[in-house]
Ligand binder design. Structure first.
Ligand SMILES: [Ca+2]
Ligand SMILES: [Ca+2]
Ligand SMILES: [Ca+2]
Ligand SMILES: [Ca+2]
Length: 619
């Protein structure tokens, strides 16, 4: 068959549920869902699978030279799966061809090592059902190396407003078939050498996201602009075919100044186009030329303005926070309110030069610069193949302020712009049929998640989860971590989030939940559970019930095959305020299976089958 015919064949398959996604959200939930399904009748499983809107991908055959011959690997497509055995999924057998001659019959596997293969061999495989070859893959010629080197086009080096030079290196990546030919394209995030953690002061270079073909052609570049800071927590880009037209879209947080750069085949830029600002923002005077990055002086002014308006802050007016800043800082009352500019400046000086350094020697607010704490925040959808902006909406929820309400000034370490700017995202089959985009903001204090459906034209909000603010008696001296948010339903979500989230069907109904660190949001946006336990005797406050809490690493999959369903392994940061430094939980209920108190921030954790003599994975 010619390639076009093969593509036609696969296009037909699109209607019937296709390939098993390789990975979603760090686990393979659909795989797990199907395992559940297969426990019922195969007919039922196939009926369910046929409703799921999956990626349309080709056989994906690749060949690579090894010291023992040419290694071939290809895909098994979802509709080809007939069941499973102790060795994994079962499906068609495959005929392997080298230079037009059949050299092997492969059963229960999607790879083959050809000891007689050479660098000039050409391969294809055919799936065989009921003794008949039902398709034929594209031809594959071995790579020149055991890996494939996709050439990237590194952005030019730059200079910050403070005169610091920076360069670029490739960072996060994602994949999606943007043009519907069944072959993945590649999305690469460029990270400037001065990218910053949200707790670190300073300017950063812009973040870029490139889209390349497998052959290395740069299709376009999204320049996020100066109003999106660069760092691991700021930009989570989701690449997926959300509307099921066979072509992937990209969604991510944007801001005025974000633009799409296009190139000719020689790599020369041919056009640049800014995203569309919301009409009310244009009316309010915002433009794509804006630069909201705070300078040191700008931050000082920002604080003067905050202090001058102290008397009318919502939490002050309601009596939750001290009526005066002197009281907040533990000083005798000196000034009358509303504060005059002179008095506000005196208080900002005192705050920056005395109060903050007294809280922690590491607080250096005079040097605070490079953060973005004002200006519109957007969520944009881009067409995967061209980078064309399809829709831009307001990012939900907005930052509200520079982190004051988020507790960024409350702890000993004063870190404006920290907790407010923690972002996570995922693709999840919330209804068991379609992929939804999930975007999350905050996890140490106020914790929020919002899910969207993309119909090809517009984002439609599906559900919204918000813990509410964590109440504080004094935003400049309090401990907001581990405290319930104001929302009656989602208040316990605070401090449970991790640095990642996972989409996984934890209760086996075919619909994916969001495993949000130590809590899990059910597929319908309700709270499934928020894991808590009693602090052990060696803790400073034994007997108290506390959250399992935040952690830096989390893994969700069928860790213990002898227990039904999935398990969650996580490490925890809470130290003496957390019941466990590490925990294994039942993913359906959050029930603890095992865990250990460590009394310190347990920062890293991993799972894997390191001992083949023990069933299941080790943690
Ligand atoms: Ca493609
Ligand atoms: Ca699409
Ligand atoms: Ca479920
Ligand atoms: Ca299990």
């Amino acid at each position: 068959m010619k390639k076009g015919i093969i593509i036609g064949f696969y296009r037909k398959l699109l209607a019937a549920a296709l390939i098993i996604p390789l990975m979603i959200g760090g686990s393979s939930p659909l795989f797990a869902a199907e395992s559940h399904d297969l426990e019922g009748s195969p007919q039922e499983a196939n009926a369910k699978a046929s409703r799921i809107q999956l990626e349309y991908l080709d056989r994906g055959i690749v060949s690579a030279p090894t010291s023992e011959g040419i290694f071939l690997s290809w895909r098994l497509l979802a509709d080809e799966v007939t069941g499973y055995s102790g060795k994994g999924l079962t499906g068609p057998i495959f005929h392997v061809y080298r230079d037009g001659a059949k050299i092997a019959v492969v059963e229960n596997s999607t790879n083959y090592l050809d000891p007689s293969g050479t660098s000039s061999s050409t391969y294809y495989v055919s799936a065989v059902i009921d003794g008949k070859e039902v398709d034929q893959s594209a031809d594959s010629a071995p790579w020149s190396s055991p890996y494939y080197d996709l050439k990237l086009q590194k952005p030019a080096a730059g200079m910050t407003p403070a005169g610091e030079p920076y360069t670029y290196s490739a960072n996060d990546a994602s994949i999606g078939d943007v043009d519907g030919d069944g072959q993945y394209e590649f999305f690469v995030k460029w990270d400037p050498s001065n990218s910053k953690d949200v707790s670190q002061i300073g300017y950063t270079g812009n973040t870029y996201i490139d889209c390349y073909t497998l052959e290395g052609t740069l299709l376009y570049r999204i320049d996020l602009g100066v109003n999106i800071r660069s760092g691991a927590h700021y930009t989570q880009f989701m690449v997926y075919d959300f509307d099921g037209d066979g072509k992937a879209e990209m969604m991510l947080k944007t801001a005025p100044g974000t633009k799409i750069l296009r190139y000719d085949p020689a790599g020369n830029m041919t056009s640049q186009r800014y995203i569309t600002l919301l009409p009310e923002d244009v009316k309010a005077g915002y433009s794509n030329q804006d630069d909201y990055r705070l300078s040191k002086d700008g931050y000082y002014e920002h604080m003067v303005s905050l202090f001058m308006n102290w008397h009318q802050h919502e939490e002050v007016a309601s009596g939750h926070w001290p009526a005066t800043l002197e009281e907040s800082f533990g000083m005798e009352k000196k000034y009358s309110y509303p504060l005059s500019r002179t008095d506000a400046e005196s208080l900002v000086d005192d705050f920056m030069d005395r109060y903050a350094p007294q809280r922690s020697a590491r607080n250096n607010l005079r040097a605070f610069e490079g953060f973005i704490v004002e200006g519109p925040e957007y969520l944009s959808v881009f067409e995967g193949a061209t980078g064309k902006e399809l829709e831009t909406i307001r990012y939900k929820p907005g930052r509200h302020d520079d982190g004051l309400m988020w507790g960024d000034y409350a702890m000993a370490r004063i870190e404006p712009g920290n907790r407010v700017d923690r972002f996570l995202a995922a693709v999840a089959y919330l209804d068991g049929v379609q992929p939804y985009a999930v975007f999350a903001r905050g996890y140490y204090t106020r914790s929020t998640l919002v899910s969207y459906q993309w119909d090809g034209k517009h984002l439609k909000e599906h559900w919204y989860v918000d813990s509410g603010w964590t109440p504080m008696t004094n935003p400049f001296n309090d401990s907001p971590h581990g405290r319930d948010g104001t929302d009656a339903v989602f208040g316990t979500l605070t401090t449970q989030g991790a640095h990642s989230l996972s989409a996984a069907d934890v209760d086996g109904d075919g619909k994916q939940e969001i495993v949000y660190g130590s809590a899990t949001i059910d597929h319908d946006g309700t709270l499934l559970y928020s894991s808590m336990d009693v602090l052990p005797p060696q803790n400073a406050d034994p007997g108290t019930v506390a959250r399992l809490g935040h952690g830096d690493a989390m893994h969700v999959t069928d860790i213990d095959p002898d227990r039904p369903g999935l398990e969650i392994f996580m490490v925890h940061e809470g130290g003496t305020y957390a019941p466990y430094g590490y925990s294994l939980r039942d993913a359906a209920t959050g029930e603890l299976l095992y865990g250990g108190y460590t009394g310190k921030d347990t920062g890293r954790g991993m799972i894997g089958d390191i001992d083949p003599d023990q069933r299941g994975l080790e943690t």
